[in-house]
Write a protein that binds this ligand. Structure first.
Ligand SMILES: NC(=O)c1ccc[n+]([C@@H]2O[C@H](COP(=O)([O-])OP(=O)(O)OC[C@H]3O[C@@H](n4cnc5c(N)ncnc54)[C@H](O)[C@@H]3O)[C@@H](O)[C@H]2O)c1
Length: 361
């Protein structure tokens, strides 16, 4: 089989310190493709020409493969695989355009889209076009999470009762750790969500609003509950993901240090399994994710990063914002099109103090 031709949209600019205004995730995707002899990175596009040029120079992409207009790249570069590494408000139109261009697979950065309608539309367009659409929830390939899932599947903590999550926000970082609920809980959809958010200080992450604090409860179709409780200054859960079973508890990404620990029924002390030096952030999670999406597109196997799985967490996130807007429980399927948090800011229902740092850029 010939090599898959890969292109990247939104190369970013590599900075000394990544922040909420730019991580240059395209470089992480490229490191993944570089390791695969089944792939060839042949094109990149960025509206900032020097960003595209710097990326092309690093990864050996010839001049003919460097674009400032991603639609031209899609039209001219005959791509099999596209990585979309732009900010979230651009994901939906770019996925739709890549599907129309006839690629085989799209690996898009998280969060899925900037609205619930957009997330559903991009998944539907990809499915209708026969395009593999995946989202970079790379922690599914991380040792602490895989160890926790193995312990759960082996029955070591009994039956799963509740999942808990403590992340800085629901939308930007929350999407990772709420997506891990799906990983632990066998990709079961949720039935409803009840939530409240606080948004007093405007916080734009990659351009999009993110609430400051929240309490969210959801119930999955198999009766497992999900509780998300955190904020910028507090993490009442004490870790990123907690698995509570009838016979024990596993904590992943503990605030006080351990990357994973567990305590079985009757035990007073925590046990800390060896992750081989891996944290909840890496290394090699994205490389493994990229290898898996490529293997899936070649073999036809469904990827765990598939849009259908990503929609489960995304419905909870937008559903939680909708619950705050309705001041009540929201039963699924979620019947809105917009992003309730952004809408509440736009119509003046929420009046966070201005994000001066973001506005100054
Ligand atoms: N998976 C993770 O752990 C992780 C970590 C950080 C960020 N992210 C996500 O990655 C995505 C990208 O974030 P980033 O920080 O890498 O972005 P970035 O700002 O570093 O790079 C985005 C690039 O897109 C370019 N761009 C904007 N409009 C474009 C257009 N129309 N056509 C082509 N290029 C265009 C910009 O010029 C910029 O260079 C976001 O959705 C973010 O949430 C994921």
């Amino acid at each position: 089989m010939s090599k898959l031709r890969v292109g990247v949209i939104g190369t970013g600019r590599k900075k000394e310190r990544a922040d909420r205004f730019g991580y240059a995730m395209a470089y992480s995707h490229a490191e993944g493709y570089k390791l695969l002899d089944t792939c060839e990175l042949v094109a990149c596009a960025d509206i900032v020409e020097e960003n595209a040029a710097a990326f092309a120079a690093k990864y050996g992409i010839g001049d003919a493969g460097v674009f400032t207009d991603y639609k031209r790249m899609l039209a001219e570069a005959t791509l099999d695989v596209v990585s979309i590494c732009t900010w979230m408000h651009l994901h939906e139109p770019m996925v739709v355009d890549a599907c129309a261009a006839g690629v085989k697979a799209i690996h898009c950065e998280k969060p899925m889209a900037d609205t619930w309608g957009g997330a559903k539309r991009m998944a539907a367009v990809a499915a209708d076009s026969g395009v593999q659409l995946t989202f970079n929830h790379q922690r599914r390939y991380g040792e602490p999470f895989i160890l926790a899932k193995k312990m759960l599947d082996d029955g070591q903590i009994g039956d799963l009762v509740r999942l808990e999550c403590g992340a800085g926000n629901l939308y930007d970082t929350g999407t990772h750790f709420i997506d891990m609920f799906s990983f632990f809980n066998g990709e079961v959809p949720a039935k409803w969500v009840l939530g409240q958010i606080d948004y007093r200080q405007e916080t734009r992450v990659f351009g999009s609003h993110n609430e400051n604090q929240q309490v969210v409860l959801t119930e999955y179709e198999n009766g497992v509950f999900g509780l998300i409780m955190t904020g910028v200054e507090t993490n009442p859960v004490g870790c990123r993901d907690k698995l509570i079973g009838t016979q024990g508890v596993i904590e992943v990404g503990c605030a006080d240090g351990p990357q994973i620990r567990y305590r079985l029924a009757g035990e007073t002390d925590w046990t800390q399994p060896d992750t081989g030096g891996a944290s909840i952030h890496g290394p090699m999670f994205i490389e493994r994710a990229v290898a898996d999406i490529v293997d899936c597109v070649r073999s036809g196997r469904k990827c765990q990063l598939d849009a259908s799985n990503a929609l489960i967490a995304t419905e909870i996130i937008f559903g939680a914002y909708e619950s705050s807007r309705r001041r009540g429980r929201v039963d699924f399927p979620l019947d809105i099109d917009d992003n309730p948090l952004a809408a509440m800011v736009e119509n003046g229902e929420l009046k966070p103090a201005a994000d001066v740092e973001a506005a100054g850029r």
